[in-house]
Write a protein that binds this ligand. Structure first.
Ligand SMILES: C[S@@+](CC[C@H](N)C(=O)[O-])C[C@H]1O[C@@H](n2cnc3c(N)ncnc32)[C@H](O)[C@@H]1O
Length: 349
């Protein structure tokens, strides 16, 4: 059960008219109860706290062309926005499987979808990495459609306890599944300067990778650990104080975005699991089955493009997207998180 809704916990109230902290946004955290407020927030182009606005919904539905009676997989359940739309297309017939690695948001989404009337007869939710799609297929049989909407959800980014954002103080964790692997703080505790530099450059094209890696290792040598999001931000800002004053603040923000992204990709092995998923896709799909993948990072998009092309050449796919589909200008204007999205698709031969 969601701790923020616990009867025994006193609700944190707004301190003023412009609440800043995640936990103070109690209206946004209860969208069913405060529907009018949620609509107003979305109309302003913002994403309410604790919610995720699904991207490219129309484009995805148009391509997947889901029909009642089909079996499919939403490999990245998240808030369940895409899943709800796919379930509407099934119209009570067929089955949707959904996976997510996040043990914190998954039960909340399961509960939300159950409240909408989507129970186990139509929807099976598994706490599973999509790299293990073959485990789903063992149960489901060949799939008619698969969707993957990569990366992180707004709920994960906005929750300071998860450590995904440099904008708020929190533990430097960045794991999609905090019960598995090591946190980003642990990772930078022992990594060599060279490996850290390589990670920042390879994963996020950080132009100042060497300078930032050197600063992180120097901070460590002084005996100061980097255990929180704001501590890492401070080290990055200090390392980049040689930048011209006019653009410094903006450049530091971009460097923080890139460094946090690089660490997130690393601690969650994001490229490795995506590769495993892509390799297993053709054998997971039924003949004529459709897959749509939404990426937010050029490295991910390259992997998807390459895999689709290879399997097209091998005759496993009959058709693939020649160019990625981009969200509309209107969607980008009302949801800044859509701006870097690219949608690619393939059809099983
Ligand atoms: C962008 S969100 C998906 C939002 C969802 N499409 C919606 O409409 O609400 C990405 C989700 O994928 C999950 N995820 C990321 N990598 C994963 C993986 N390898 N296996 C399973 N889930 C993953 C994240 O935990 C997150 O919940």
């Amino acid at each position: 059960m969601d701790g923020q809704q616990s009867k025994h916990e006193r609700r944190v109230r707004y301190k003023g008219t412009h609440p800043k902290s995640f936990k103070e946004k109690y209206k946004e955290l209860q969208p069913d109860k405060y529907a009018d407020d949620i609509v107003k927030i979305i109309q302003k182009g913002n994403t309410p706290a604790g919610m995720h606005r699904s991207i490219c919904v129309n484009e995805i539905l148009q391509f997947l062309n889901v029909q009642p009676g089909q079996k499919g997989l939403d490999a990245t359940l998240g808030y369940g926005g895409h899943s709800s739309e796919l379930l509407k297309c099934l119209d009570g017939k067929g089955h949707l499987y959904a996976t997510d690695v996040d043990p914190i948001e998954l039960p909340r989404t399961r509960e939300r979808l159950a409240e909408y009337g989507y129970g186990p007869e139509i929807l099976t939710i598994k706490h599973l990495n999509f790299s293990e799609i073959d485990q789903v297929v063992l149960e489901s049989g060949p799939l008619n459609f698969v969707l993957a909407d990569l990366g992180v959800s707004s709920m994960q980014i906005d929750n300071p306890d998860r450590g995904f954002s440099f904008k708020t103080e929190g533990p430097l964790d960045l794991r999609l599944n905090p019960d598995k692997g090591i946190s980003a703080a642990e990772r930078i505790k022992s990594i060599s300067k060279e490996a850290l530099q390589g990670m920042l450059f390879e994963n996020s094209d950080e132009p100042n990778a060497e300078i930032i890696a050197r600063a992180i290792v120097a901070q460590r040598r002084k005996g100061h650990g980097i255990t929180t999001t704001t501590e890492l931000k401070a080290v990055i800002a200090d390392a980049l104080k040689f930048l011209p004053i006019g653009t410094r603040e903006q450049e530091i923000k971009k460097a923080c975005q890139r460094c946090f992204q690089a660490l997130r990709i690393d601690v969650n092995s994001e490229f490795e699991v995506l590769y495993a998923f892509l390799e297993k896709l053709p054998t997971s799909l039924a003949s004529g089955g459709r897959v749509a993948i939404l990426t937010f990072h050029s490295g991910e998009d390259r992997l998807v493009k390459k895999s689709f092309k290879n399997f097209l050449r091998e005759g496993q796919y009959s058709e693939i997207a020649s160019e990625p589909i981009r969200p509309t200008v209107e969607e980008c204007a009302t949801n800044s998180r859509a701006r870097s999205a690219k949608l690619r698709w393939a059809i099983k031969a």
